[in-house]
Design a protein around this ligand. Sequence first.
Ligand code: NOJ
Length: 773
Amino acid sequence: MRTGRGKAATGLAAVVLSTAVAGGVVAATQSSDEAALQPARGAASQNIEHRIDSLIRRMTLEDKLNQIQLLSDGQMKERPGEASKPVGGVFSEVDPVLINKYQRQAMESRLGIPILFAYDTIHGFRTIFPIPLGAASSFDPKVASEDHRIGARESAAVGLKQIYSPMVDVSHEPRWGRIAEAGGEDPYLNSVFAAARVKAAQGDNYADKDKVVTSVKHYAAYGQPEAGRDYNTTDMSERRLHDLYLPPFKAAVDAGSDTAMCSFNSINGEGGCASKRLETDLLKKQWGFDGFIESDYTAVAELRTCPPKTPDEGPCGHGIAEDGPGAAAAALNAGTDSEMVSELIRGNGKMLLAQKRISQSRIDDAVRRILRIKFRAGLFEKPYVPVDPVAAEAAQLQPDAVAAARKAAGRSMVLLKNEGGTLPLSKTKTTAVIGPLGDDGHAMLGPWWGRGRDEDAVTVFAGIKAQNPQTTFTEACKMAHTEPPQATPADECASDAGFDAAVTAAKAADQVVLALGESREQSGEAASRSEIDLPGRQEELLRRIKTEAPGKPIAVVLFNGRPLTLEGVVDDAPAILEAWFPGVQAGHAVADVVFGDVNPGGKLPVSFPRRVGQVPIYYNHEPTGRPCDKNQKYNSRHRDIPFCDPQFPFGFGLSYSKFEVSNLRLSSKSVSRNGRVRAHVDVRHVSGPEGDEVVQLYIRDPVASLSQPVRRLRGFERVTLKPGQSDTVTFTLDKSDFGFHDNAGKLVVEQGQIEVYAGNSSEGKLMQTLMVR
Ligand code: NOJ
């Protein structure tokens, strides 16, 4: 028997937002994990707080406003004097020589306050792991831990002490390019991965030389921009905000994330970086977060109305402040402690204070929070990074890191279709690797490639050839890697001039690996798409090979940063392997899976729509009075889509083996609202080689005062079984599972029946009922 990833098993604290008691509503209390966290943070703190007091006493207003300022590497280079002011933080500078130089200037200035150097180590610094959406597909938090353990080590080796990760924006919006950066559509899966990333990057003490402090982002609800357009407005009910979007932030904070980034978007009309309700009341006060919040890039300036009142050319946007000073006051007063790139708090702080639009105590609080993290990071004691260019280079891309990246990539792949056992292919037959992504190391790294280098990446062709020397490569068409505004759809696999050669190569080989997907520029920040199918003429390429080289085993391997609409692919491709952007070891990991050394066991962390018009389509939706029925008229459907379901549901993924998940049973048929109940599920290897199954547990509250989702994931465990083996997975459920938030943001736990489901996807059919008393 093993313990599944229910909250008790993962150490994830319950999501607790209210202590109010009302009729029929049970007060939620702090979980034991949460309580344990406070003393740990508090212990070293007394000494630190004294040191902060003494520093703050000696700081001038100008010193304090400089601490609130966070500048980019480019800004630092343009203005050589900044380090000796010194500013609070610098991001994107990765040259250890320059980092030490700035640090020395800061340390030798009057107060000797070190600079906090930060970087976007999202899925690796130099050793690039699968994109986070891919990592989430592993349903194995160790994949995320390894990614961030190594990412922290490589980042710290050049003098960085903060990473702008984990990105935990739950999203139901596949058009949004940044869906690549987090764990998909489910709050629970995102929470488990967020906690794993934080713990691995920070360790027990992020002052350690190979650790960094994490910044959880983008607070909040940045993952749900209207029309899927990046940076766009978010508008949602309180209950959805609390049930779907906030839990991963809470999980990251409970895991110890000591910094957070507020988001660009407006949410229910408030600026992400000007929401007192979210920043001060919830994050800082209710959740006990005593670190600092930095704004996203110019997000403070983007609070002011357009065009800006002053003649500067700076950004503007939401129109919740009249001008730059107004934006600065709104952000600082709401709880934003550090301003990235724009300089409105620093520039206007003195005037705002004189006008009593901001207070000295709020400035001091922001500075205290920033200094607290610098003390915890050990920067006052060890401000410099050892600079030995040989050692610095040797710290990157170490063999253990490369091996971990290969394993992570293999565990992140999801087998979507495998008709007639097309996969695995044979290592001894001739193989044609075909397609625009077949020999493209650049694309394999995905968006946010950190300091990863194209030449580090193993291409599909190189990986397949390493295991099967009788391998050829034919590109067929090109991915242009262009960025907007130059990019047009025509840049990606626009011409069929190479298709004849591809068909010839397919005919000449025994088996075909077709490497298709998006360019890495097509997902990530500022890379929303209105169509989410395979770009260019790639479907046509598949069809030509399928019809002109009939009967050939064809495995389509997909590289992409979002769910794709694959209606035009699923019928023609006998086998489809979703590889996401697998990172630096892409080709080896693809070969491991394609040839069967690794049995795919990943599951989708996000639903794949059939057509873009179905968006948003997600498993954790609420029921309707007229559920979709493709044979009737007056129900909730698209008249031009003869299906109700997505192409592939959340939690779905095949294996080269067959497993059976059975015998869901509960330790008790009823539970008090403060009690716990265990759910046991058996899993058995039925046929095929050793492999992995992900046992998944969902619940539904069928009768509640507010309509509840038809399913909610509350536990999962990836189990490895040899032929003939079976196992039992146990999950623990409690009020954080049965409860939901109301539209005042309060956690409520109601009496009544709960349906508990288990299976190997969100469509698992095993069901038991439980009475919450
Ligand atoms: C903007 C992005 O939204 C954010 O995720 C990132 O951390 C900052 N730029 C800094 O690079």
